[in-house]
Write a protein that binds this ligand. Structure first.
Ligand code: EPZ
Length: 426
């Protein structure tokens, strides 16, 4: 058996311009939201990633007409049927669980297999389920097949306090509550920009949601939702990944289509690390490679804190910091699988699993090696490390990277990177 690898010849400085695509984590919630509409919905700025293909397949399973070209997704849900979503496509990505909230909202009845997603340790959906129950749903779970059946005679607005400000639970509860009778109040709601984007789409479709971006979201249920057009916000995690790349191997890089406020935490940490950059409208220019970057401490937090999705890419950068850096993870305590791969490339990293942290001693000169992308952002971390390394790095499990980064090889090659893909023997 042969498998595809991404091969990176390291050691080249990058120059030029890159345009950030639409946000993956907004898109994967926007697409399932469409089933709430009774008329066509068009979304532009949709990234070319395999997660989008999987969600489009699920829409087709529900008998929606779907077309996708040049970043524009057109969906006509006029003949939608509430078919059980139990095929393999559901298991390809975790975000398919947004169909749970959306179909429950629209039909008060949904059957769906528990989705997959990146292996980041335990990822329960108890908060989602508690929210659906509070709105009046009964939940049957076939443990053997891992299939959920949720149904309700009536969904009734209520007050829901989230024990943790979960992105997924906030969005999923919103998707059901928009069609519940009366008012729903979500307290301790998550505040990530992707949630605001989803609420904006829902409001354009006729929903009445206020307070997104704060701790308290207020939703007044409506009886019908309509067609609309919407543009996805820029991907702050892709932008963050390119900012880290620019800090690691950039000569002068212009990164376009950024909402810089979404990246405040990363930008402060890059400033602390000694990176020179300038924000110009919706672009950021990063100047030059660092001479003596300083080791630093980073702790992941819910938004607007430092994003967990960027701690893995940041780990690669910190291998060139002088001294002892430490990363502490508070969102996904087991999100350290990238460290063992970076060690294969010569990094000096020790993971303390009990403490959910890792310590990086630097600077170390990374070298090429055969490594595995264990999850999406581990893949990003390895691409960054490959660009920094001497020699050739081969990254296996490229499907993780293709789930979430829109044409990353082409974007980097256009700035002077040397990245190819080929098949190798198992
Ligand atoms: C979203 O995941 C993102 N995924 C993740 O990005 C991101 O890492 C995460 O938010 C945090 O920002 C998508 O948007 C598709 P959570 P989500 O619910 O919604 C616990 C990437 O690389 N929790 O905020 O699953 C959970 O176990 C991906 O792009 C419960 O305990 O995140 C975790 O520890 C990976 N019970 C914490 O909350 C629940 O019911 C945060 O989860 C739900 C969550």
């Amino acid at each position: 058996m042969s498998k595809e690898v991404i091969a990176i010849e390291g050691g080249h400085l990058l120059n030029g311009t890159v345009r950030i695509s639409g946000a993956k984590n907004a898109t994967v919630a926007l697409i399932p939201s469409i089933v709430l509409a009774e008329e066509p919905v068009e979304i532009s700025g949709v990234p070319e990633i395999s997660d989008v293909d999987a969600l489009a397949d699920l829409l087709r399973e529900l008998n929606c007409e779907v077309s996708y070209s040049q970043g524009v997704l057109k969906v006509n849900p006029a003949n939608i049927q509430n078919t059980p979503l139990v095929s393999e496509a559901v298991e390809k990505l975790r975000a398919s669980y947004y169909f749970m909230g959306a179909l429950l909202g629209r039909y008060k009845d949904v059957t769906i297999k528990m989705p997959g997603g990146c292996p980041l340790g335990e990822r329960p959906i108890d908060l989602h389920l508690k929210g659906f129950e509070a709105l009046g749903a009964t939940i049957d779970w076939d443990e053997e097949k891992n299939i959920y059946h949720l149904y309700a005679d009536e969904l009734i607005g209520t007050q829901i306090y989230l024990d943790f400000a979960s992105v997924g639970a906030t969005i999923n509860i919103m998707l059901t509550a928009v069609r519940a009778k009366g008012r729903t109040i979500i307290e301790n709601a998550a505040k990530e920009p992707e949630i605001i984007d989803v609420a904006n789409l829902l409001n354009k479709m006729g929903a009445r949601i206020r307070g997104v971006g704060t701790d308290t979201i207020v939703i007044d249920g409506v009886d019908h939702m309509y067609g609309t057009i919407h543009e996805v916000i820029p991907d702050r995690i892709e932008a963050g990944t390119f900012l880290i790349i620019a800090a690691a191997v950039g000569n002068k890089m212009l990164i376009q289509n950024i909402i810089s406020q979404h990246l405040d935490a990363l930008l402060s940490k890059l400033r602390e690390f000694g990176v020179a950059f300038e924000i110009i409208g919706d672009s950021i220019v990063v100047y030059g490679k660092l001479q003596e970057p300083r080791a630093m401490r980073v702790t992941t937090q819910v938004y607007p804190g430092f994003a967990t999705d960027l701690q893995q890419p940041l780990t690669s950068l910190l291998t060139c910091g002088y001294g002892r850096s430490k990363i502490t993870e508070t969102i996904y305590e087991e999100r350290f699988n990238h460290c063992a791969e970076l060690v294969k490339m010569g990094a000096d990293i020790i993971v303390d699993w009990e403490d959910a942290s890792c310590v990086i001693h630097g600077p170390t000169q990374l070298h090429g090696a055969r490594v595995k992308a264990t999850d999406l952002r581990c893949g990003a971390a390895l691409i960054i490390a490959g660009l920094m390394a001497e020699g050739v790095t081969e990254i296996e499990n490229v499907h993780h990277i293709d789930r979430g980064y829109d044409n990353i090889d082409q974007k980097l090659n256009a700035m002077g990177a040397r990245i190819t893909r080929y098949l190798v023997d198992d």
